[in-house]
Design a protein around this ligand. Structure first.
Ligand code: HEM
Length: 461
């Protein structure tokens, strides 16, 4: 079977690599070995090149790229920073998002990852209008501030699971930005449905009773029902709402006019894209700060200086946010060292040549960006947690920084996400001290997560 599968995918000019078993491919190895899977494949290729001068020459010239069969699809894995950049910058040449079917089914066909070309441009434009710098300054930041103050109340003298807390925080904060005061009435019913939706997107698309996929599809239906009710209520009441939904519904003041289906998928996009990224970065920042007291001390100094100039009830404003240089550095260093995003998925809409190798139509490309986060030339002593390195602003604009993706799909929520995590850290470090209860394990691949939670004992600062 192994041989048959190799023969089946034998085509002149494909990158080197093995295809594993029919159907399953090398998925088990990929998931079990994680980052080592990529390293092992590369080592195997390097071993093979000794017997093939041609392969040696092509690897030397065309970099780290191999073929495999993972997560149900023939896939090219690219670890080559230059090629990764090229792929991200050239969607128009037939390199479109290649996320799994379960994700597309559950997130909707107007979800940003499901649309290309002019529709993508339109949906992205509509999204950017909601989270522009002006919107952040005038509406989103005040909402985030108000939310964080309350969410972070009464944590002292308690043992909390910071993973659970940051997950709820990311979701409820986004929900409040979307639906304002109405979010309070729906949040309790919304939260469990949303968690089911997320699990469904990460599952195999098997619609049998009891599967995560089926539960995810059902959760999508329930979420659509809740959002439709909200939209109808808003239309009936005619009150002016200053939140994202209010803006989406006021077509007269909006350059981008969306149908109700598009509005719903746009809301699900915002909730889904910012959820795991913001929550996991916040959790890992808490973890790294705990393990590095000198960083925590510097961070706390920055936030206490901001608080000193304010009355307790004064919110964080854009000037405060801009002054949080060290906080921003902590967030970048956390994203880098924890590698919150290992890479992004693309697929080819036609056969093409990449780095002199043939990539057939419909193959996935795993733009694997993890390794670049540990490049000793870009980040000296790459395994140490050193936020100070980001105070040199040129690091944020270097061309191989893929923490927020790149090209036409670069994260539009980057500054919003940073604003949320910074506000969370502000109230967390100025109000509390904490220590880990201990014994919790952390998984780094395929997602960063603490399988049994990350428990900390919190006391007032
Ligand atoms: C620390 C937080 C965040 C990180 C690390 C992050 C990371 C990323 C990455 C790597 C991509 C590229 C995906 C791809 O190329 O396929 C992306 C895209 C995206 N992000 Fe974020 N993100 C963050 C926060 C947010 C937030 C708060 C939002 C909320 C609006 C958001 C909305 C999106 C959207 C809608 C896309 C798709 C853009 C498109 O396809 O045009 N992200 N993000």
């Amino acid at each position: 079977l192994l041989r048959w599968n190799e023969v089946r995918y034998r085509k002149k000019g494909l990158p080197p690599g093995t295809m594993g078993w029919p159907v399953f491919g090398e998925t088990t190895e990929f998931l079990r070995q994680g980052p080592n899977f990529m390293k092992n494949q590369r080592a195997r290729l390097e071993g093979a090149v000794n017997s093939s001068p041609l392969l040696f020459a092509s690897l030397l010239m065309y970099g780290n790229i191999f073929k495999s069969h993972i997560l149900g699809c023939p896939t090219i894995v690219s670890m080559d920073p230059e090629l990764n950049r090229y792929i991200l910058m050239n969607e128009g040449k037939g390199l479109v998002p290649g996320y799994p079917q379960s994700m597309l089914d559950i997130l909707g066909n107007r979800n940003i990852a499901a649309v290309h070309g002019s529709t993508h441009k339109y949906m992205r434009g509509a999204l950017l209008a909601l989270i522009s710098p002006t919107m952040i300054r005038e509406q989103l930041l005040p909402t985030i501030d108000e939310f964080m103050r309350t969410h972070l109340s009464f944590w002292d003298t308690k043992i909390i699971d910071i993973q659970q807390m940051t997950k709820e925080m990311a979701l409820l904060s986004a929900l409040k930005q979307i639906a304002g005061a109405d979010s309070c009435s729906i949040s309790q019913a919304f939260m469990p449905e949303f968690f089911k939706l997320v699990l469904g997107t990460l599952s195999l698309p098997i619609a049998l009773p009891g599967t995560s996929y089926r539960r995810g599809v059902q959760a999508r239906k329930n979420i659509i029902r809740m959002l439709r009710q909200l939209i109808e209520g808003r239309r009936a009441s005619k009150l002016y709402h200053q939140d994202m939904l209010g803006r989406l519904l006021r077509t007269e003041e909006n350059k981008y006019k969306l149908t109700d289906e598009e509005i719903i998928d746009q809301i699900i996009t915002i909730l889904y894209s910012g959820y795991e990224t913001v929550s996991t970065t916040s959790m890992m920042a808490v973890k790294y700060l705990h393990d590095h007291p000198s960083v925590l001390q510097e961070l706390r100094k920055e936030h206490l200086a901001i608080r000193e100039k304010k009355r307790p009830e004064d919110p964080i404003d854009l000037n405060d946010l801009k002054s949080m240089c060290f906080t921003r550095a902590v967030i970048f260093e956390t994203s880098r060292l924890a590698t919150i995003v290992n890479g992004v998925l693309r697929k080819t809409t036609k056969e093409m040549e990449l780095n002199r190798f043939v990539v057939p139509k419909g193959w996935r490309i795993y733009v694997y960006t993890r390794e670049i986060n540990y490049d000793p030339f870009l980040y000296p002593d790459p395994l140490s947690f050193n936020p100070w390195r980001w105070l040199d602003k040129s690091l944020e604009s270097q061309k191989y920084l893929f923490i927020f993706g790149g090209g036409t799909r670069q994260c539009p929520g980057k500054e919003l996400g940073i604003a949320e995590i910074s506000t969370f850290l502000h109230y967390f470090v100025t109000r509390y001290r904490w220590e880990e209860v201990g014994g919790d394990s952390l998984m780094k691949f395929p997602r960063v997560e603490a399988p049994n939670g990350l428990h900390i004992r919190v006391s007032s600062h």
